[in-house]
Design a binder for this molecule. Sequence first.
Ligand code: ZN
Ligand code: ZN
Length: 276
Amino acid sequence: MQALIIFTMFMILLVQPAKAYSVFDFGYSDLENANPTQLIYNISAYSILGILQYLLVSAIFELKNPMPKNKLRLNNIKREIKYGITQIFLQVSYSMIFYHYVYPYCKWYRYYEINSYGLLNFGYGMIFLYIWTTILGYWVHRIFHFRFLYKHVHSVHHSFREPTAFGYCATHPLEGISEVNTVLHLAELILPIHPLMTLFFFEYITVNEMMGHDGGEYDHSDHYRHHLYYVVNYGDTIMDDFFGTAYNSKNYQIKAKCSYVENIEDRKEAIFMKYK
Ligand SMILES: [Zn+2]
Ligand SMILES: [Zn+2]
């Protein structure tokens, strides 16, 4: 499933005519012309789109989730949405400020307009971004578990012990910005990476994170258990296996209890398996 999504999105990117890239120029053409009105317009437009996508796709996951929509779960979702919407607005603002006022200082910022790096660059750019986001995503998250950062930043996200898809971006503002946006923008400063690639990875991470917090059959990195047990499954399974932080049932004899359903013994759905 995951491979199919990546393949389909990659093919869409490949068949895009070079001209179409100008749609993603985020409204600037020259460093001197970076203009605040355009910045405000972009922040508003991309925030609305981002929030609509967040609400719609998360709602689809939640409707498919077998957990009953009881009062406890609905209150949890409301709280997630409150944090989530704020977070999306802050992340969009941060990225737009980067594209308007920081990225133009980078020597390949005109990659937006002239597309001089060709399809080969798309190939290695995608591989680089995959490795980069996998390694940094894992380590930034682990660093957030250091005592000081956990207490002041990451505990907000962990206050959702049994999250839903809506909870993927229910975090402290510092966390979302550093774990996703900064990781992607740093890559853009290191290598000529087309904004479409960044957008692709942003979407890839978003959908993956929604699946992880939904806890269903598509939770490939078993992230739901990270919320149940705190100190396992920090990122991609490759990283957790390598660094010995993958969940192992032998270490957790006392299983987490499900707050939404009292008796889960006869439930066979993927999310209930996380409690067994
Ligand atoms: Zn999480
Ligand atoms: Zn965590």
